[in-house]
Ligand binder design. Structure first.
Ligand SMILES: NC(=O)c1ccc[n+]([C@@H]2O[C@H](COP(=O)([O-])OP(=O)(O)OC[C@H]3O[C@@H](n4cnc5c(N)ncnc54)[C@H](OP(=O)(O)O)[C@@H]3O)[C@@H](O)[C@H]2O)c1
Length: 313
């Protein structure tokens, strides 16, 4: 993943306004211990949404599924839906689309209540291969459309892939299309021929890699930023970081909650992964507090301005 620090290019790529809606998705948490279902006190929580540049509404917090395959994948996805997640993020390369699909079915949820994302792997770049790869993905998932389909990495015939994806949107098979791991130069290139502007760019960002020069320009962009590895996948000692722990103590929140709230206040969609139901619930519980500006600034000091995944470059 190459980085381009040219500020002009960043500004060009982040031009049109992304609006957060006041709308919320209301979700019953009847089976959640946290919300006291066993006492009969069924509570509701809401996940705020963002309206993407094509009018499609997306939850601002979802569930990541990388590495959650087979039986663990089925159980985790089903549990995540049962505790309130509605945005589920998968990809061909995770090898778990069938497990994710089974988890969705076992949850019993109506497909239309979900916001389901998958991604086109680099081996299938190009017009024909993209159409085939998309069909394979939805078949494995057991669905007949995706809410969001992303080009996973900017490799190969991106132009051919994008054309195929635009046609799939027109055919009603995908509600929104976007990219992942695209830098501003790659976005500019895509925008030179795209008839549909990318709704999402899913990139690595976390407290140790804040993309500080990119985020001030987020306001005014047509492309919503979504963070992958919003908890740095546990790297860099994130879950024992004393600065994050001290901030969490002030609000009676965990380090994971502080990190996810920090993303939320920056206007970034997040998709934390967990195989543990308690963590899934904890990660959803970030909408009842607000980090003070001074704490946002303290978290800003944690930035190392470098990827936590150098092996993926
Ligand atoms: N587009 C891309 O190139 C790309 C790349 C990487 C990832 N992604 C997507 O982004 C998603 C999220 O990233 P990720 O899976 O790499 O990592 P992540 O969500 O940043 O972190 C997951 C790790 O944090 C732990 N965790 C989660 N909640 C916790 C909590 N409340 N307290 C303590 N530990 C907690 C999990 O362990 P437990 O299971 O024990 O809770 C797991 O080890 C992926 O699953 C995938 O969908 C996309």
């Amino acid at each position: 993943m190459e980085k381009n620090n040219n500020e002009v290019n960043r500004r060009e790529f982040l031009k049109v306004t992304t609006k957060f809606t006041a709308a919320t998705i209301f979700i019953g948490l009847g089976s959640s211990a946290l919300f006291g279902a066993n006492t009969g006190n069924q509570k509701k929580m809401s996940i705020p949404t963002v309206t993407l540049n094509n009018g499609v509404v997306m939850p601002r917090l979802g569930f990541g599924t990388n590495t959650l395959a087979d039986a663990v994948g089925v159980r985790s996805v089903s549990e995540a839906i049962s505790v309130g997640y509605r945005l589920i993020d998968t990809a061909h390369i995770y090898g778990n689309e069938a497990a994710v699909g089974e988890g969705i079915r076992q949850s019993g949820i109506d497909r239309k209540e979900l916001f389901l994302t998958s991604k086109l792997w680099v081996d299938f770049a190009g017009y024909e291969n993209t159409k085939k790869a998309f069909e394979t993905s939805i078949k494995k998932l057991g669905v007949d459309y995706l809410d969001l389909y992303l080009i996973h990495r900017p490799r190969g015939d991106v132009k051919g892939s994008w054309l195929a994806m635009e046609e799939l949107v027109k055919a009603g098979k995908i509600r929104a299309i976007g990219v992942s791991n695209f830098d501003p130069e790659q976005m500019k290139e895509l925008l030179s021929y795209a008839k549909i502007a990318p709704a999402i760019n899913q990139i690595e960002t976390n407290v140790f890699f804040q993309e500080k020069d990119l985020y001030p320009l987020l306001k005014g962009s047509a492309t919503q930023i979504e963070a992958w590895s919003p908890l740095a996948a546990g790297r860099g000692g994130i879950f024992s970081n004393p600065i994050l722990a001290a901030i969490g103590k002030k609000y009676q929140k965990s380090i994971a909650q502080v990190c996810l709230r920090w993303h939320y206040q920056r206007g970034v969609v997040t998709i934390p992964r967990s195989s543990q139901k308690a963590h899934m619930i904890e990660n959803l519980n970030i909408f009842d507090f607000e980090l003070a500006e001074s704490d946002m600034q303290t978290i800003a000091t944690l930035d190392l301005n470098t990827t936590q995944f150098p092996e993926w470059k």
